[in-house]
Write a protein that binds this ligand. Structure first.
Ligand code: ADP
Ligand code: MG
Length: 714
């Protein structure tokens, strides 16, 4: 029988086992199992003796279960603690698990296993709390070919039904059965880097003889992941180069120039640099495809507006897409205000050669909607601002020249494509995000976009001061926080209170998460009862949201209690203080975004991160990091490290086909750079990959999964 990567595992492992693997990990084909790389290795030579434990040390020990028992405790005896005593012949150690009574079954007396965790001291005894555990199958001889004989035990991601050693057996069976092996890495590339061939690499990662074996194999598979992604991007870049767009060069004396002359502020050096790049791109006859990353508050909107005006001057139209109605309305208001008479074409007081700006969102009234549609289709509207409503098929443009997508991470590839289809030639595309991402993440995620960066804030901004309010240790500080809010309001300023949930307060084992409705009610009844409170969340109608936002913008409200609908872009310069409830529920970049809503005016902003997390816990470290720096780029880097890159890229950790298993977009910069160079060379020499059929199919597979969708969307 010929066995390849695409052979079904059921043909080799039988019905029962393959069903279990499908259920646990979604595995179907041999490749799925082969790509289920061990997540760690236990080297028998590096195990720790129980007689030599040191508190605080991370250890892996091989030991046998001596006894295990469940204990009930807590109110009504509803909680359980499982205590397991293990021994390795030199000593004993206690393992403790909370709320995991099922552990008892997997750790029967006599079970031999590997336990990994950090040594702690409790009541003068060493112990491991919630250690990692892998049972070892002892039914085999410790001869040369077994894991015990080799001295390195691969540890796989496993389930209670499929322990690591069972997966190892299945991997072994398939590896031995494989007759033909496909390698997406071209030979020339593989040899250049000195990697094992596919069989050697699989052997070395699944059945290593030593650490060098698996490290070399991991390096190769990591490179392979980067290489396939970079091949996708190299091919896309070539495709883009072949496309044509209408050139939209600058026009002397046009709207852009007139607007620039009357700007009430000096552009920052960074803004000028980015504008120069955009001017150049728009003047070319290839579609611009650029990502603008800007620190929160760095002034991206005005940069985009200049590009839009340049497009209008050249006879085209510009569309600006925002992720929410709140943001779309705000952009619309800001743009019409900034342009003044330049946006009043055909209206009383309109300037000579003026254009028109239109808004298009789902909740617009029928009349306004019709006017917007007509003006977009006739070309009367030079600029149309909107939400996803802009993407609908019946929205037509006379000559769409530029698409600006604000806060891109909410928009998918198809949506971008839908907009691009509204134009006879490909429009230029500018994607803006205030969620800065490290360079290599950008290269992995947006590898087909050129990037520009705005780090600098306009002069005169005062830094936002951020403090953690640890209510577990210092309950009185929360009262102090509300007092600060009242003080700011007393000075004529405004405040945000941000909450992570809308409906119900939830209580879990570890903590309680307050809901918006509860927080609102408590504040209105208690500490902020004398202030004008408003509420904003995603379940409100578009009109209600708009009315609330407008009221807050006009200072008819003092405090806005909101969910993360205020996360991006909202610009109310009079707001000076923000209290974030259950701040540990938010990512670091998200908190940075949130606090970017304050400190936009002439006074310093204050951001208070309320948390029940404990001093020294990882959650608390994240909050402390947010409090300690105002550099969004720095934070995003830390954020990625804390969250693990998988989440950043949207890779489904559980999905077999998720393509990033070993590659970290943050840590493996040099790998990504080399892969990009090699991929460019391969694609330049063979744009259709006719000479590399395996690579071509890996590229197709990547493009057809959700993953590649995510690769752009994140
Ligand atoms: P973001 O990059 O976060 O989208 P915005 O475009 O909303 O930032 O700009 C934030 C605020 O800064 C706006 O009120 C804008 O008018 C103002 N702004 C933009 N550029 C400058 C500048 N060069 N000098 C002073 N203020 C500026
Ligand atoms: Mg913005």
């Amino acid at each position: 029988m010929t066995v390849t990567f695409t052979t079904k595992i059921v043909n080799i492992l039988g019905d029962k086992t393959s069903k279990a693997l499908t259920k646990a990990f979604g595995m179907e084909r041999v490749e799925d199992l082969m790509r289920h790389y061990p997540r760690r290795y236990a080297e028998l030579g590096a195990l720790t003796d129980l007689s030599k434990l040191v508190p605080g040390q991370h250890v892996t020990i091989m030991a046998r279960v001596k006894g295990a028992k469940n204990y009930s405790f807590g109110p009504g005896g509803r909680r359980t603690r499982t205590e397991v005593v293990v021994t390795d012949g030199t000593g004993e150690l206690k393992l403790t698990f909370f709320q995991q009574a099922w552990r008892l079954k997997t750790m029967e007396q006599g079970t031999l296993g590997l336990f990994a965790g950090q040594v702690t001291v409790f009541r003068n005894e060493f112990q491991l709390t919630h250690p990692d555990f892998e049972a070892i199958n002892e039914s085999e001889d410790p001869t040369e070919n077994t894991r015990l004989g080799r001295g390195v035990i691969p540890l796989y991601r496993s389930t209670s039904a499929l322990p690591s050693w069972r997966i190892e057996d299945c991997v072994g069976l398939c590896l031995d059965a494989l007759t033909d092996l496909d390698d997406p890495l071209p030979d020339s590339v593989r040899k250049k880097h000195g990697y094992f061939d596919m069989r050697g690499s699989l052997e070395a990662i699944h059945r290593p003889r030593n650490r060098q074996d698996y490290e070399r194999a991991r390096a190769r598979f990591r490179f392979e992941e980067a290489f396939v992604i970079q091949t996708v991007f190299a091919m896309r870049r070539i495709a883009v180069e072949a496309e044509t767009a209408t050139a939209r060069p600058e026009k002397p004396g046009g709207l852009r120039e007139r607007f620039e002359r009357r700007l009430p502020f000096e552009l920052t050096a960074g803004q000028r640099d980015v504008i120069a790049e955009l001017t150049h791109d728009l003047s070319g006859s290839h579609p611009m495809h650029r990502l603008l990353q800007g620190e929160v508050g760095s002034g991206k909107t005005v940069v985009a507006l200049l590009a839009m005006l340049q497009t209008v001057d050249a006879g085209g139209q510009a569309a600006m897409l925002a992720p929410t109605e709140v943001l779309a309305s705000q952009h619309y208001r800001a743009i019409t205000t900034m342009l003044g008479d330049l946006a009043k074409a055909g209206m009383l007081g309109g300037a000579e050669g003026a254009t028109r700006v239109r808004l298009l969102t789902g909740s617009l009234g029928a009349k306004a909607r019709k006017e917007s549609l007509l003006d977009a289709a006739s070309g009367e509207a030079g600029i149309v601002v909107g939400t996803h409503a802009l993407l609908q098929a019946h929205v037509q443009f006379a000559d769409l020249g530029l698409v600006v997508v604000d806060e891109q991470h909410r928009f998918g590839v198809e949506q971008r494509a839908a907009l691009a289809d509204k134009s006879a030639t490909k429009p230029h595309v500018l994607v803006m995000t205030a969620t800065p991402i490290p360079r290599t993440v950008a290269m992995t995620v947006f590898g087909d976009l050129e990037t520009s960066t705005l780090r600098e804030l306009p002069a005169g901004r005062l830094p936002i001061q951020t403090s953690v309010v640890p209510v577990a240790e210092k309950p009185a500080w929360l009262e102090r926080a509300w007092q600060r809010v009242r003080e700011e309001v007393g000075k004529g300023r405004q405040a945000y209170v941000v909450v992570s949930r809308i409906g119900d307060t939830i209580e879990t084992e570890e903590k309680e998460t307050r809901s918006l409705l509860d927080v609102y009610a408590e504040l209105a009844d208690g500490p902020l009862s004398d202030l004008r409170l408003g509420m904003l969340h995603g379940r409100m109608s578009g009109d209600d949201k708009d009315a609330t936002m407008t009221a807050f913008g006009n200072h008819e409200l003092d405090v806005l209690v909101a969910t993360t609908v205020v996360e991006v872009g909202v610009d109310v310069p009079n707001a000076s203080v923000m209290v974030v409830m259950d701040a540990d529920r938010f990512g670091m970049s998200q908190l940075h975004q949130l606090r970017g809503r304050i400190g936009r005016g002439s006074e310093p902003g204050l951001c208070l991160l309320v948390t029940t997390s404990e001093d020294g816990s990882p959650t608390r470290e994240r909050l402390d990091a947010v409090a300690s720096t105002t550099d969004g780029f720095e934070l995003s880097k830390l954020d990625v490290e804390f969250r693990r890159e998988g989440d950043v890229l949207g890779a489904r950790q559980s999905g077999v086909r998720s393509s990033l298993r070993l590659l970290s977009a943050v840590k493996h910069e040099s790998v990504i750079l080399e892969a990009r160079e090699d991929a460019d060379a391969i694609v330049a020499a063979d744009p259709q990959l006719t000479g590399h059929p395996v690579l071509a199919s890996a590229v197709r597979a990547l493009e057809s999964t959700d993953q590649s969708d995510y690769l752009e969307r994140t």
